[in-house]
Design a protein around this ligand. Structure first.
Ligand code: CO
Length: 135
């Protein structure tokens, strides 16, 4: 079902410090920050040869990652995202296997593609995102 690792998202309290760490310490190719108000986050993309790491920082008072940062004040891995070619089919298969899909109706994610999130308790304690990417 799942294909490539699309991205790993790291929630950070301080975006500038995160950028400095990956750009200046690790020598990574880091994008400019981008506000995504509809998702309540500001993101920075770290472009790696085989995948992307995304830093996410809360934007606005209803950010979905605010609670995570309350529990993990210095930040931490927030979710992992795998590519699928048919997200509706994936949701059906997962539901049939008793897996909890947090938003069974796919929503448009930060990259403009349909995404769903899977319950961390069903996937080794890790919030797992599936993103539909054309084959
Ligand atoms: Co994501």
């Amino acid at each position: 079902m799942i294909g490539k690792l699309n991205h790993v998202a790291i929630a950070v309290p301080d975006l500038e410090a995160a950028v400095a760490c990956y750009r200046d310490v690790l020598g990574a190719d880091v994008s400019a920050p981008k506000d995504i108000p509809e998702h309540g986050v500001t993101t920075v993309f770290v472009h790696l040869p085989n995948t992307t790491v995304e830093f996410v920082r809360p934007l606005g008072d209803k950010s979905p990652i605010a609670g995570f940062l309350e529990k993990n004040p210095s930040g931490g891995m927030h979710h992992i995202c795998y590519e699928v070619t048919d997200i509706e089919a994936a949701v059906k298969v997962l539901a049939a296997k008793g897996m909890r899909v947090l938003n069974p109706k796919p929503k448009i994610g930060a990259h403009g593609n349909p995404v769903v999130f899977l319950h961390p308790k069903d996937f080794l304690g890790v919030l797992t995102e599936l993103e539909q990417v054309p084959a």
